[in-house]
Design a protein around this ligand. Structure first.
Ligand SMILES: [Zn+2]
Length: 100
């Protein structure tokens, strides 16, 4: 038992998630997180802290388009979820709230 490893987070690997569009595995921080909103629609979780299951997509139009076409959100979020038009979805991704 090495207490050193438990105490220090410095060398910890960043959490990895796979993009539901291209399926590549990337650090969570470089992906966009989508969650199910209370009214059962897909919402962008820019802070990546919303509770519950998340679906991750690269911040790239191509990946988002793939995910949209494949209905990957409903699959990743384990149930039917309302997904807006692609253009609307892409606009949500790019509307970053940098205030926080
Ligand atoms: Zn991707």
């Amino acid at each position: 038992m090495t207490t050193n490893e438990m105490n220090g987070n410095r060398r910890k690997q960043p959490p990895l998630r796979s993009c539901v569009g291209c399926r590549r595995v990337l650090p969570k921080s470089s992906l966009v997180r989508f969650v199910r909103s209370p009214d059962n629609a897909v919402a962008v979780d820019h802070s990546q802290t919303a509770p519950g299951r998340g679906a991750y997509v690269c911040q790239q139009e191509g990946c988002l388009k793939l995910a949209h076409q494949r209905r990957a959100f409903s699959r990743a979020l384990k149930g039917a979820v309302e997904v807006p038009d692609f253009d609307h979805l892409w606009a949500l991704v790019n509307h970053r709230d940098d205030a926080s």
